[in-house]
Design a protein around this ligand. Structure first.
Ligand code: SF4
Ligand code: SF4
Length: 253
């Protein structure tokens, strides 16, 4: 039930798979409590209503941008939002969308044919390339716990704690087998921001780096170890660039 002191929250979607929204919906047992303290202005996965460019307390922005119209919309959202939170890898560093390589015009023509001739489009860009971002929630998709903890802190007027260690630390804490050193698998755990409890390596799958790069990452040492896995220089380059090879632009605070 809404209260007069509810905070107005709007979820805004650009190019994405909507997986970040789905992750919030998956927080089933916490949704009632969330609904008591927020008035949801827009949530595109469940309703086409909303996104009315009205002032909101918090805009949660999912997805990357690749057209001037999207940038205009984002600028309007920034103007109308007290706080803007970028959610998920697409919004933080372009994500999977930014994997598209090659000349943009021929990519569009290959997918959409002649109708794309007049389209104004540029390679997918993260949100912080265009507007100030107050907080970022990493992941592809983000962890449910992290979504709730971040929202809880922000809704109560604070900021969440920041995770600054790499995924390898979580692996060590859980006594996982090291895929990189013991199996020579191309794991990006050493340079990837922790917070997922080493979800992939715990299941025997090398980390893809979806949470972005940890500050002060030792890329040179990882590069050397990745060469030992048998990957070519080009394959290593592509792997490191997949989720933004540089520390994702953490908001200033
Ligand atoms: S498996 Fe990957 S994340 Fe885990 S310790 Fe080894 S390199 Fe680090
Ligand atoms: S282990 Fe790596 S790829 Fe898997 S969820 Fe964590 S950060 Fe993402």
């Amino acid at each position: 039930m809404r209260t007069t002191s509810s905070l107005k929250l709007s979820w805004v979607r650009f190019t994405s798979c909507s997986g970040c929204q789905l992750m919030l919906l998956n927080c089933e047992t916490s949704l009632n409590e969330l609904a008591r303290i927020v008035e949801l202005d827009a949530f595109p996965l469940v309703s086409s209503a909303g996104d009315r460019s009205e002032p909101v307390d918090i805009a949660l922005v999912e997805g990357s941008l690749s057209t001037p119209e999207e940038v205009e919309r984002l600028l309007a959202i920034r103007r109308h939002s007290r706080l803007l939170v970028a959610v998920g890898a697409c919004a933080l560093n372009g994500g999977i969308n930014a994997l598209v390589k090659g000349e943009r015009r021929s990519c569009l023509a290959g997918i959409y044919g002649e109708q794309s001739a007049g389209w104004d489009s540029f390679p997918p860009q993260p949100v912080h390339h265009f507007v100030r971002v107050d907080w970022q929630i990493p992941g592809c998709p983000p962890e449910r716990r992290e979504l709730l903890e971040s929202l809880g802190s922000i809704l109560h007027g604070g900021w969440p704690g920041r995770q600054l260690m790499p995924v390898c630390m979580e692996c060590r804490c859980n006594e996982n087998r090291c895929l990189l050193v013991e199996d020579h698998a191309p794991c990006l755990g050493p340079i990837t921001l922790a917070g997922c409890n080493a979800s992939c390596p715990a299941r025997g799958v090398p980390c893809e780096g979806c949470r972005g790069v940890v500050p002060e990452a030792n890329r040179d040492e990882l590069y050397r170890l990745l060469l030992e896995t048998g990957l070519s220089v080009q394959e290593i380059q592509h792997r490191l660039e997949r989720f933004g090879g540089t520390p994702h632009g953490q908001a200033d605070r």
